[in-house]
Design a binder for this molecule. Structure first.
Ligand code: FE
Length: 199
């Protein structure tokens, strides 16, 4: 499971982290940013937005056919209606997993990601290995994540851009018809909404 660990030993990522820290220290020293404000912003993206928002969207789509139809037609508006909006979520396109197609999301250029519904991207999502390989050999990458997509199911890779962020609506697990929205949401994982896991 090479994607289970953080790529902290990746020299490129290490270099970026060092530069960010140096820049942050310099800006604080020069009085350009308030460290408390910076902490508040980071905390907001770590706690207030995050995969729990996306899970609530998925659970609602599984429970409410009208909402699901709206979500697939105009993801941004349907997601906004639940109070999830903002930076990096201005245009969210929702793609649905079915028997015929399994969707997986990447940003080959950098790390574009639908922040309002998923929070900040995991380290592996930003790694050069994931970004280059999932396009070339999506099935092999998914297998490494522990997901074997049946041969008859088409694997569709969606490359995010600065304009469009993709969000996967996973398949509803069997035997969950009696579950409430909250119980359904508890089943939904972050990777399930990126497409690197099933729910
Ligand atoms: Fe990007």
């Amino acid at each position: 499971m090479p994607h289970d660990h953080d790529h902290d030993h990746d020299p490129l990522e290490q270099g970026i982290a060092l530069r960010v820290r140096a820049l942050e220290e310099l800006m604080i020293a020069k009085g350009l940013v308030d460290p408390e404000a910076l902490d508040a912003i980071v905390e907001y993206y770590e706690r207030e937005t995050g995969p729990r928002n996306g899970a609530a969207v998925v659970a609602k789509a599984w429970s409410d056919t009208h909402f699901r139809t709206w979500l697939l037609k105009d993801g941004t508006a349907a997601i906004n209606s639940m109070g999830f909006s903002g930076f990096q979520g201005e245009h969210i396109h929702v793609v649905e997993n079915t028997d015929e197609v399994h969707n997986v999301v990447v940003c080959t250029l950098c790390s574009c990601y639908p922040w309002p519904v998923l929070g900040l991207p995991p380290t592996w999502y930003k790694s050069a290995a994931y970004r280059s390989r999932v396009i070339r050999e999506p099935r092999a990458v998914l297998t490494e994540f522990g997901l074997d997509v049946p041969a008859q199911t088409h694997v569709q890779v969606w490359d995010s851009t600065a304009e469009i962020r993709y969000f996967v609506l996973p398949r509803r697990p069997e035997g969950t018809h009696d579950l409430s929205c909250d119980e359904l949401a508890a089943l939904v994982t972050r990777n399930g909404m990126i497409g690197t896991a099933a729910v």
